[in-house]
Design a protein around this ligand. Sequence first.
Ligand SMILES: Cc1cc2nc3c(=O)[nH]c(=O)nc-3n(C[C@H](O)[C@H](O)[C@H](O)COP(=O)(O)OP(=O)(O)OC[C@H]3O[C@@H](n4cnc5c(N)ncnc54)[C@H](O)[C@@H]3O)c2cc1C
Length: 449
Amino acid sequence: MTELALENMNVDTLVVGAGQAGVAMSEHLGNLGVPHLVLERHRIAEAWRTARWDSLVANGPAWHDRFPGMTFSEIDADIGADAFAPKERVAAYFEAYARRCQAPIHTGVDVHKVHRNDGRPGFTVETSAGVIQANRVVAATGPFQHPVIPPIAPGDEAPLTQIHSSEYRHPGQLPEGAVLVVGAGSSGVQIAEELQRAGKPVYLSVGPHDRPPRAYRGRDFCWWLGVLGEWDAEAMRPGTEHVTIAVSGANGGHTVDFRALAHRGMTLVGRTRAFEDGVATFEPDLADNLARGDANYLALLDAADDYIARNGLDLPEEPEARRILPDPECVTRPLRGLDLAAAGVTSIVWATGFSVDYGWLDVDAFDEHGKPRHQRGVSSEPGVYFVGLPWLSRRGSSFIWGVWHDAKHVADHIATQRKYLAYHEAAQRQETHTPSEPSVNDASAERAS
Ligand SMILES: Cc1cc2nc3c(=O)[nH]c(=O)nc-3n(C[C@H](O)[C@H](O)[C@H](O)COP(=O)(O)OP(=O)(O)OC[C@H]3O[C@@H](n4cnc5c(N)ncnc54)[C@H](O)[C@@H]3O)c2cc1C
């Protein structure tokens, strides 16, 4: 896991990126005997070290948000199965995992360009440590590469501090005064809650969301989504493309309850529509967004109750989980406009998501919108693969445990392709050396093995 000179190296399979997706790929390729190299521009699991706020913990418990080959407690006795691992422990986990499976990761190497070779197989890869050749390339560069701030954001002339959630670290980083947090998925709601706990007046702009219970009848929602088959859903339900999921492992983990936040003083507003002359305007959709979040929440409780009854499980009843708090005033009389200066708002945190960047991957594997064209990670450009993308094969694909299974499928595909090539090469060798035609049946077992 060091820097090296790569110039003129030939690798069978190059994995770009050593976050969890790259580490999982390396484990599976190693298990299948596929020679490979992983190049990482920063450090292993860099996103968990430097691209997230200080207090972030995993959204899922340690028994769930991990790879099958190692528990957190194997490297960190403090982290029990039901704990939510702090972000730097997650990074340490992947570093230890990579060490354990002897992943050939080289850090500090940026992949600048990959293009298909003309008239011969494979790809030419330009890196910060030299140009190399690879038969195959796996893009494991992450689902959340570039912070997205929507074009409605006020310009630099506005007297406001504006940061994206990826730049947020802690409340002390923001100026005195109130904060508008735009976006109420897991990042937005956790940041808004932390700011509120730090004593800041907070406005939270809430869009359509799912908000599963943190736990119900003694089992975490990760368990429920697993046994109910929800993690395995192969495609988003139509109409849910812009629905975020609001969960939190912070402070020991709790269900995200927007009304509870409002009863503690947070001002909820609908989706942010525009900024004009120092006034923010909001869509009239707050009550609807909360109602659909409630519906999703209650539907999961129903499905869990049904599962318990069908399987005769002995799990404690939890009727209080169905109690929905009364609507606070910010919901019954929603703000449609907010004069930021008059309200003392001095900063905006944009928790509005990320986009991917495949500018370095100059191959025919993208649709007209620049989105990877692939089937379960196997792209339309032979020899190019993707792992770690949301919904790559299922709902769990961009999460820690999900990427491991997708990486296994991609590695299997690579190993199978190598067998076809091995057969071809062995057959060609034999055809050159033996005048009489070999029987395919005789030869295949030996050549393809
Ligand atoms: C705030 C937040 C919290 C999350 N919490 C959880 C959670 O609790 N549980 C969970 O399961 N998931 C969580 N996720 C989702 C997901 O697990 C993480 O986003 C995870 O980091 C994705 O892993 P990855 O390996 O696919 O991508 P990344 O971790 O982004 O790794 C990609 C790597 O590729 C490198 N790279 C990129 N381009 C190049 C290049 N051209 N050359 C060389 N290297 C390159 C980057 O430096 C990076 O290290 C969270 C996501 C966010 C944003």
